[in-house]
Design a protein around this ligand. Structure first.
Ligand code: ADP
Ligand code: MG
Length: 319
């Protein structure tokens, strides 16, 4: 990894920060980036800030020895951007705090940065600061992303109403075993396109599994319920592969596996039809169910039977 502009690799904390600083651009909202005690950001007129943090730990969210530092950097930024997408926001800046294992700390930090950089560039996110520590423990990385609301405002979890349709932006399940969880594709452009096309009543990104994350929308929307159509849920090929290994059904994986980072969106039923007939690019849309007033989450089978979706296990769905 030689750099024609800087052939000498950084050796300590300050030359590492300098190395990162020289790779960090300054965009629209950044008045002052890396190098002082704080960054200075100027919000766009009339926008509100969105702020989100996610921390990833070796052995829990990734395996550094197996996945490598670039994957860690990509995932750590990607999951934060997915939260901005879930509010239909525009990400503008990120700060990155790392606890690096002492052995190879600088090379690790460079690898992490190289993994983050393409995502940051693609979505116009300035790296405006962070904190760099080394210790005898495992790698921990915490990223905070700041975003702005658009003129249409943020989309919350709390706006679902009975009769609304539930849609998702892509196939679900099996991302952990396949390794897809390391390459989250934040649905930022999709969220903005959907938000432009129709009023979005509620939205969440699917990080814990469709059943669980839809549950958050139901709860935040005042204790509503929902019916999901078993046949309508888009199942990722990874879920099918994993089911061959563990015997759980692909549908079980699609409902309960986490880290797909697709969006679950709640809209008026006529707007769902509109979106299905003419998906606003680059979004893809699958209509998976309906919100109802009566609390509880149900799965409707092909023959019309309703089965309670139990967050603790899906063995009863196997038959
Ligand atoms: P302070 O001691 O005032 O907190 P630091 O010496 O920790 O400052 O950091 C110096 C500058 O480098 C700050 O602007 C900080 O935000 C930035 N910085 C430190 N670590 C990182 C990192 N891993 N990525 C990006 N910026 C960083
Ligand atoms: Mg300071």
């Amino acid at each position: 990894m030689t750099d024609p502009l800087n052939p000498a690799p950084p050796t300590g904390e300050f030359s590492l920060i300098d190395w990162i600083r020289r790779r960090s651009g300054v965009g629209r909202t950044t008045v002052l980036g890396i190098g002082d005690d704080c960054a200075i950001l100027r919000p766009s007129p009339d926008a509100n800030w969105l702020v989100t943090t996610d921390m990833l730990m070796d052995g829990r969210h990734f395996r550094l020895d197996h996945d490598g530092p670039e994957a860690v950097g990509f995932k750590a930024l990607g999951v934060n951007l997915s939260d901005i997408a879930a509010m239909a926001g525009v990400p503008v800046a990120a700060v990155v705090a790392v606890a690096l294992p002492k052995a190879h700390a600088v090379a690790l930090a460079q690898g992490i940065h190289s993994g983050m950089a393409p995502l940051a560039e693609r979505y116009g996110v300035d790296l405006v600061g962070g904190d760099t520590n080394a210790w005898d423990g495992p790698l921990v990385i915490s990223i905070t992303v700041l975003g702005e609301t658009t003129a249409k405002g943020a989309v919350r979890r709390s706006g679902a109403i009975p009769g609304d349709a539930i849609v998702v932006t892509g196939p679900l399940g099996g991302s952990l075993q396949s390794g897809r969880h390391l390459r989250p594709q934040p649905r930022l452009l999709e969220a903005l396109a959907l938000h432009q096309a129709v009023p979005l009543h509620a939205m969440i990104d699917i990080s814990d599994g469709l059943a669980s994350d839809l549950g958050h929308i139901l709860e935040e929307s005042g204790g509503l319920g929902a019916i999901l159509d078993a046949d309508a849920i888009p199942i990722h090929p990874d879920a099918v592969n994993q089911s061959l290994d563990d015997g759980r059904s692909p549908l079980d994986h699609a409902l309960n596996d986490g880290e797909d980072f697709e969006l679950c969106v709640v809209v008026a039923p006529e707007d769902a039809t509109r979106l299905i007939n003419a998906p606003p690019s680059p979004a893809t849309i699958h209509r998976v169910g309906q919100i109802r007033a009566e609390p509880g989450l149900w799965l409707r089978t092909r023959d019309g039977q309703l089965i309670a979706i139990d967050a603790r296990g899906f063995d009863h769905l196997q038959q």
